[in-house]
Write a protein that binds this ligand. Structure first.
Ligand code: ADP
Ligand code: MG
Length: 348
């Protein structure tokens, strides 16, 4: 029998701590894109440009025209548990920004070569800092940049071979990035997007000034048939609002690839939500078929806990039963009582 392992307790070095944290949020190149686009949203960007090379393994560059980061804060931006988005538990309990954990940039910099360039509105030039996840004195240099921020991430997982082994083919990884950008673009119609892979433009979406432009983006991302085959929904009850589009039962798919659900503009996948939607379609869809939908739920931020999952994909509703019943009855009524070309709406 081996002797019990008895060793002294020691503190892990910052880079290893960040690599461990990265394991939870940075699963593949698309996770990096997600975190960086979320940061651009939080910075108030109106335009987000994503450049990818070799499926994101060689390069991911996300550029925005948001508020930028002060020179003095560049080092903090790359440090763990440092955030400009919350300051207290009260803030956390009603957080409206996409980020709040202060972990994305240090996590990414621990598993890739990260360069951050940023410029705020009130200064004559931008500043640049590179990081290796060790969080020791950052070297900050002046750099040309318009107002906003560019984060460049090279050689993802170069120093974590176990993770690198799980990367799939370039095409697969880029597919995940494309889906992610699609998901984020449906979250914010007022933000323009450009996506390039290996120097080739894959997607370009203008920002919408008003409601009227929405169908165009929906068509571009969900296919030209979508709007013809979908019902527009608009429901409000008990302080909850649900709006968006649900596909007619005849427009179902064999895969769950056209299912987008947002809680306060945050893309989520949630068991309770999935269950409510499936139930609403239960009588009208064949067993194996998948409904299509792009739905937005607006709810008081104090009634959802977004701090339930490191990648923030899951949420907990304070009154789950109520949310479930609201979704089910809204969608059930829309689907069961639809008239082609009409908005299904009930305001209670
Ligand atoms: P979080 O988003 O949870 O705060 P991050 O590690 O993603 O944590 O970012 C750390 C901080 O760096 C943010 O709180 C923000 O102040 C700043 N930051 C990151 N990306 C951007 C950006 N694109 N524009 C402006 N500020 C940014
Ligand atoms: Mg963030």
């Amino acid at each position: 029998l081996a002797a019990p392992l008895r060793m002294r307790i020691r503190r892990l070095p910052p880079q290893l701590i960040n690599q461990i944290a990265a394991g939870e949020v940075i699963e593949r190149p698309a996770s990096v894109v997600k975190e960086l686009v979320e940061n651009a949203f939080d910075a108030g960007a109106r335009q987000v440009e994503v450049d990818v090379e070799q499926g994101g393994v060689r390069l991911i560059r996300v550029r925005d025209d948001g508020c930028g980061i002060d020179r003095e804060d560049l080092g903090l931006a790359l440090s763990r548990h440092a955030t400009s988005k919350i300051a207290s538990l009260e803030d956390l309990e009603r957080v409206a920004s996409m980020g709040f954990r202060g972990e994305a940039l240090p996590s990414i910099s621990a598993v890739a070569r990260l360069t951050l360039t940023s410029r705020t509105a009130d200064v004559p030039c931008g500043w640049q800092v590179s990081a290796d996840g060790s969080e020791s004195d950052f070297d900050i240099q002046p750099a040309q940049h318009a107002q906003g921020t560019t984060v460049e991430v090279r050689d993802l997982f170069y120093n974590t071979p176990a993770r690198r082994k799980f990367l799939r083919a370039e095409k697969t990884e880029f597919g995940h990035i494309q889906t992610l950008v699609q998901r984020m673009a449906l979250a914010r119609f007022d933000v323009g997007f450009r996506l390039r892979h290996n120097q080739r433009e894959v997607l370009r979406l203008q920002p919408d000034a008003e409601e009227g432009g929405r169908p165009e983006r929906i068509g571009a991302l969900c296919g030209p048939d979508f709007l013809e085959q979908a019902l527009r929904v608009e429901f409000e009850a008990s302080g909850l609002r649900l709006h968006g589009w649900v596909g007619l039962p005849t427009f179902s798919r064999s895969q769950a690839d056209l299912q987008f659900f947002y809680v306060n503009h945050r893309p989520i996948r949630d068991k309770l939500v999935g269950h409510a939607i499936r139930q609403a379609y239960q009588d009208v869809l064949y067993h194996q078929r998948q409904p299509v939908y792009v739905l937005y739920l607006e709810i008081d931020p104090a009634l959802v806990d977004v701090n339930a999952h490191p990648a923030k994909l899951e949420v907990r509703f304070r009154e789950g039963r109520m949310v479930h019943d609201f979704l089910f009855s809204a969608l059930h009524r829309a689907i069961a009582g639809h008239r082609p070309g009409r908005t299904a709406s009930v305001v209670a």
